[in-house]
Design a protein. Structure first.
Length: 125
């Protein structure tokens, strides 16, 4: 896989299993160990759940998976919903995310809203 994979699902808790499956499938195709693939799958699910909990019911959960030489970058956001407050990074969900992903940042999106960006680095050869 050498192109961005984009996913758009309803922003409801039932969609988290789809996010987990797609993230695991894409990550497993890259030079990433199985344990790290599972870590990223869990981190993505936590990020999605956090965003869904603070979104409007009619929004869409979007996930872009961008493979590259550095690894796999995920950008997760809610489309069609006001920006959630992601400033409190002391909660359990953030601790899980930061413990499982190599990088975890909140970014402002063009056109409004915020996204959670996760990076899982590829294994060095």
């Amino acid at each position: 896989i050498d192109a961005t994979v984009s996913l758009s699902v309803p922003a409801d808790p039932g969609s988290i299993s789809v996010v987990r499956a797609v993230v695991a499938s894409v990550a497993s195709k890259l030079d990433i160990p199985y344990d790290s693939v599972d870590d990223l799958r869990i981190a993505a699910a936590e990020a999605a759940a956090m965003l869904i909990a603070s979104s409007a019911a009619d929004g869409r959960l979007r996930v872009d998976l961008e493979p590259g030489d550095a690894g796999l970058r995920l950008t997760i956001w809610i489309e069609g919903s006001p920006a959630p407050d992601l400033s409190d990074r002391e909660g359990l969900a953030w601790r899980v995310i930061e413990g499982l992903a190599d990088e975890a940042v909140v970014r402002d999106r063009d056109g409004g809203g915020s996204s959670i960006e996760l990076l899982l680095r590829a294994v060095s050869q």
